[in-house]
Design a binder for this molecule. Structure first.
Ligand SMILES: [Zn+2]
Length: 250
């Protein structure tokens, strides 16, 4: 592990064009529950409330859970050491972007600048009828469903619901980043959600070195990852950054 960490640090330092690909595992340490896994939201709630057709039929019903499980949980959360280390990689010139499956905005709060949100965000919403965009801070969620100030239409958060397509520009940009990456650093994602899960695979096919940080082996570990660093993002990422800094001073 010690040797793998040093090797990972030196690869990122030498190649520089790292794309950090993150999932729920990095935000769990900020108190945001994951969707999948033994303690995931889907063990307690039927996910149909964010199925697009169901939402359109009963937005008031869906919004009660959307507010509680997404907005309330996310708005209580702060970036953790993992998010901060990712932002440091970019600031130090080692990372070119973050492609995240998370909708919580914690990478941006930690200081990451180039963040592609594969599954959208809770930070903005739009009116289903007239398409007016809203920033979260301008929407009152004390009554649900929130409604458009100009036409009274229901507002939908700008994260991707089940049976909704990934916006084409987001998908294109994510895979372009993957293709341009010298290194992909997978953090806190097991590669189960398509098509996002292909991001490291596309990068690998284009010649990138794949480094994985996860608490347990994933669908990437055996065939896609070149280096697997087992542990929590909030422990391993700061160690990685520390290792890179140490080597730079030599
Ligand atoms: Zn409207």
């Amino acid at each position: 592990m010690e040797g793998d960490l040093k090797r990972a640090a030196s690869i990122i330092r030498d190649r520089r064009e790292t794309v950090v690909f993150t999932g729920a595992g990095i935000s769990v340490e900020s108190g945001i529950p994951p969707f999948r896994g033994p303690d995931g939201l889907w063990t307690k709630h039927d996910p149909s409330f964010i199925e697009l057709g169901r939402f359109l039929e009963d937005p008031a019903g869906s919004w009660v859970l959307i507010r509680e499980l997404f907005f309330d949980a996310i708005e209580r959360a702060e970036p953790n050491r993992g998010h901060i280390a990712v932002a440091e990689l970019e600031r130090a010139g080692f990372a070119r972007s973050v492609v995240t499956q998370n909708i919580d905005g914690l990478h941006q709060m930690a200081g990451s600048e180039k963040v592609i949100e594969f599954h959208g965000t809770t930070r903005t919403l739009h009116c289903l009828d007239c398409h007016t965009p809203y920033a979260r801070e301008n929407v009152d969620l004390s009554k649900t469903p929130p409604r458009c100030a100009s036409c009274g239409g229901v507002l939908k958060p700008d994260f991707v619901f089940f049976s909704e397509q990934i916006p084409e520009d987001v998908s294109r940009e994510s895979f372009a980043e993957a293709a341009a990456a010298g290194v992909v650093l997978i953090v806190g994602t097991t590669g189960e959600v398509m098509p996002a899960a292909y991001v490291p695979v596309v990068a690998k096919e284009a010649g990138a070195v794949v480094i994985e940080i996860n608490t347990s082996a994933s669908s990437y570990t055996k065939d896609v990852a070149d280096i697997f660093l087992r542990g929590k993002a909030g422990d391993i990422l700061p160690e990685l950054v520390h290792e890179m800094r140490g080597a730079e001073k030599c």
